[in-house]
Structure formats: structure tokens, C-alpha cells
Design a protein around this ligand. Structure first.
Ligand SMILES: [Mn+2]
Length: 352
């Protein structure tokens, strides 16, 4: 297992590479060009510069999260071919720069969705929260407005140019079915996976977050059955998975069973914990197994049992010790560092 940490780039992340260096066990930075609109070709200069910055700080830059998929690809519009060509060329350029794994998702309109960014926990910290009743009774535009009022950073998947077109995008998805989304995902993979094979760069799809339909938009990467279907769309090791225990844990998935059955296709792991409530709400918690609904110890044990040598990062953490004042929601420094120590603690005890 190779421990990594997600970093948003110089001037775009209040956490420095020097701080990340002090977290034990982290040898790689998970990066992206976060200002790049979905569908646009990434320039070689920008890629080279970002990789150099990361390497100069003593890390590898093997994992990119994410190269966003343009909405026209998900919708299957005739214009998708231009964006798929850009995607292929971006993959070639990333491979040439030494990138090994690219994480992406195929969720319509939204990336991850929550109803509250700073919900208080009993210990005095706060965390991302999803409340079913609020989702059912709110217009998506309202939700976005309310959430973005309190945040002065751009969250991945909530980029201004995406939000500006939100109303129009919703109209485009009216009547859109999950079978259409499957078919468009297959079309995309059939185009890009041969490039991945040729240039030795692996794709890992991120599960949908949360793992159920919201606002009437289909969500398909949600459980073992659907993950197997995804893997069979193009049966290549390059068509792989980023398993996120928090996203899959938003419903009652048996994540160790998913790891067991799909192990050879897992290229990247996100480990975090969520606590689910009987009414379907869930809140993000510490990484400890006993603090949430995901048996994170069993997840790590299962990876260890199979001899996982791929990349892993702690995912969203709670906001601790006042860091919500400056940190990107879910991406503070402290709880992710604590999460790493927990994951490594379990791993080391299995190794010893
Ligand atoms: Mn994740």
C-alpha cells in the first residue's frame, strides 16, 4: 500500500507540501489542475510544472484526481467526440509525465453532494452532513446557493463554470435514464481504454457520492452488482476502480466483499468513515471503525490479505481545532493526518 495525500496546488490550498511532509508514511501527492474546465485539453507545460513542484518537495505525482468528464459525454451528445479526443490526449500527456492512475467519476451534474458542510458533532468538531429530508424538499439551485454562501474556496465538482450552467444542465437531464448513462459510459470507455493500454495509465472510477439517485438524476456506480457491470463494459485491467469507502458506505454496502471480488481492478483507495442513521441521513466521522458505519479495520485487513500495493489516501475528515476557518470543506489537515495514522496503525500491526 502506498499512502498519498490530496493537495489542491500552490495558491489553491492553505495546506503546504512542507506540512504534508511531516505526516508519517505519505510518499505521494494526489493532484489535479483544479482550474481546468471539464473537457479541456491539459497543457503539457502546466502538467510538467505541477509534477515538478510535487517532486521537488520529495513526493511522487503518480495519481491524478480528477480529470473531469464533460457533461456532454455523460449526456451522450454529438459534441462528446471532441471532448473524448481531448480526454485521450490529456491521458497521453499525463502518462508521458509519469502519471500512473487517473481517478474520475461519471455522476450527472454534481460531484459529491451534502446538505451541510459544518454540521456539529458531539465532540465539538464539525463535518459534512447529508440530510434526506432537506434533499427531498429543496430545489437544487437553492441548496447550492446556501452552501456556497459560507465557502470562499472552489470545491471539486462545484466549479463556478459548472454551477453557472446548472439550470440548463438540469433541463438537459430531464427524462434521462440510468440505462442511457450506462450506454454513454460504455461509449466513453471504449474510446479511452485503448489509449490507457497503449500508454500504461490506469483509470479508476470513483463511486457515486452518495450512492443513490438525488434530484431525479441517475447514479450507477453504487454497489457490487453495478461495479461488476462497469468492469465488464470494457474488460481490461486499465478499466479499474477507485474504491471510496465513504461513498459506498453512504448505503449498506459490504465493502470488504467488493474488495474481495474486484481486487485486481482496484488502483486507488479512499478510506474514510461515515455514520448512517435509520432515516438515511449520514455524517462523516473520524476514520475509526467504532465511530461510524464502515468497518474500516476490516477494509484495511481485506486490502492487506490480498497484498494491496496500490495507492491509498485518507478521504474527507472532520474539521478540527477551528480549521474550518481556513480549510476546504472535508479537506482540512488534522483529521486526514489522524486518519493516516489510524490506517497505518492497522496496516503496521498486520505486517508485524
Ligand atoms: Mn472519495
Amino acid at each position: 500500500m502506498r499512502m498519498t495525500f490530496r493537495w489542491y496546488g500552490e495558491g489553491n490550498d492553505k495546506i503546504s507540501l512542507a506540512q504534508i511532509r511531516q505526516i508519517p508514511g505519505v510518499d505521494g501527492i494526489v493532484w489535479s489542475l483544479h482550474d481546468m474546465p471539464a473537457g479541456e485539453l491539459w497543457s503539457e507545460e502546466r502538467i510538467t510544472k505541477e509534477v515538478a513542484t510535487i517532486r521537488q518537495a520529495g513526493f511522487h505525482a503518480d495519481v491524478v484526481e480528477s480529470v473531469n468528464v464533460h457533461e456532454d459525454i455523460k449526456l451522450g451528445l454529438p459534441t462528446r467526440d471532441v471532448y473524448i479526443d481531448n480526454y485521450k490526449e490529456t491521458l497521453r500527456r499525463l502518462a508521458k509525465a509519469g502519471v500512473k492512475v487517473v481517478c474520475y467519476n461519471f455522476m450527472p451534474v454534481f460531484d459529491w453532494t451534502r446538505t451541510e458542510l459544518y454540521h456539529p458533532l458531539k465532540d465539538g468538531s464539525n463535518a459534512l452532513f447529508f440530510e434526506q429530508s432537506r434533499i427531498q424538499n429543496i430545489d437544487p439551485m437553492e441548496l447550492i446557493k446556501t452552501l456556497s454562501q459560507n465557502v470562499d474556496v472552489t470545491m471539486p465538482g462545484w466549479e463556478p463554470e459548472r454551477l453557472a450552467k446548472l439550470e440548463h444542465t438540469f433541463v438537459q437531464y430531464q427524462g434521462f435514464t440510468s440505462e442511457q448513462l450506462w450506454s454513454n459510459l460504455q461509449y466513453f470507455l471504449e474510446q479511452v481504454i485503448p489509449v490507457c493500454e497503449q500508454y500504461d495509465i490506469k483509470l479508476g472510477i470513483h463511486p457515486d457520492d452518495p450512492a443513490f439517485a438525488i434530484f431525479g438524476l441517475p447514479r450507477i456506480i453504487t454497489n457490487l452488482t453495478n461495479i461488476k457491470r462497469l468492469l465488464s463494459l470494457v474488460d481490461s485491467p486499465y478499466n479499474g476502480l477507485s474504491i471510496c469507502t465513504g461513498s459506498l458506505g453512504s448505503i449498506n454496502n459490504d465493502i470488504p466483499a467488493i474488495i474481495d471480488q474486484c481486487f485486481s481492478r482496484i488502483h486507488f483507495m479512499h478510506v474514510r468513515n461515515v455514520k448512517r442513521f435509520a432515516n438515511g441521513d449520514f455524517i462523516e466521522t473520524s476514520h475509526r471503525a467504532c465511530d461510524g458505519s464502515v468497518d474500516t479495520v476490516k477494509v484495511i485487513k481485506t486490502l492487506h490479505k490480498h497484498g494491496y500495493t496500490g495507492y491509498l489516501r485518507p478521504d474527507h475528515g472532520r474539521h478540527l481545532w477551528g480549521e474550518e476557518e481556513w480549510a476546504r470543506p472535508g479537506y482540512g489537515l488534522y483529521d486526514r493526518a489522524l486518519g493516516i495514522m489510524y490506517i497505518l496503525g492497522v496496516w503496521d500491526s498486520l505486517e508485524s
